[in-house]
Design a protein around this ligand. Sequence first.
Ligand code: ZN
Ligand code: ZN
Ligand code: ZN
Length: 290
Amino acid sequence: MKLKLLGTSAGEGYPGFWCECENCTLARKLGGKNIRGNSSALLDSDVLLDLNAHSIDMFPHMDVHPLALKTLLVTHAHRDHFVPYFLQWRSMAPKYRGVPEKQLHKEISACFRELPWLDIYGNRFAEEAVMNDAEVAGKEELCKFRFHRVEAGQKLQIRDLEVIPIRSIHTEIFGFAFNYIIRRGDKTLFYALDAGGWEPEMMEIILSYSYNCVVMEGTFGLGAKIEGHMCLEKNKDFLETLNRHGCWKDGPNLWLTHIAPHWAPPHDLYEKIVAEEGMHLGFDGKTIDI
Ligand SMILES: [Zn+2]
Ligand SMILES: [Zn+2]
Ligand SMILES: [Zn+2]
């Protein structure tokens, strides 16, 4: 498996969209990996993890091909992760189906190639976000998507993928979040955004697998331990827990993403700090070989 990180910031962006503090100013000055958009990722060529304004922005830069996308796993309905609005641009007016593409360029339609169905998986709050979006509600057929509500701990078979949704401890605004254990072939990934921790029954499932790679949020960086998100100390605790339970297939391979500018320094500085703790710091455009 290959996981391409399309975005690696927390909600406010990195630099913060509206901020000119020391970290935000330095990130702007340094550019490159120090600039992060809202978190999402592409697994191989067919599975998208979250769909936000930034991920759409990254498609042309990151070799993402809409015709290859078949599955969207939504972590939760926070808008730095899921903006259903963008699904409307999948529509192709039925009267244009089968009409040669060259003729269509004189016509009006959101897209000119018929897309494969996009199967979307998420919790009931993600489903509500779709139903409450005036531009996509009721347009499943037109925009070729199907929403599947999934439950915590319920193992799913999605084509050749085995997926286990894990309910995390996160804010309850717009409902809880799902992390996903994803297995393809002999590889296993745990994608854990947004998560401040897990209830014991979820932790039991997490620790029952061994992983080739874990990608987890590191929102609060060098800040204090709080509920609802991770900081570096909590990242270290989780890495230690995985090590202690023998949860790695080929040794530790933990990547941090979902980084906030007000507790984590810009990438060029924070990367070294994270590396000293035995972890990797993700950045926009990074492809992780799993
Ligand atoms: Zn988030
Ligand atoms: Zn700032
Ligand atoms: Zn969130």
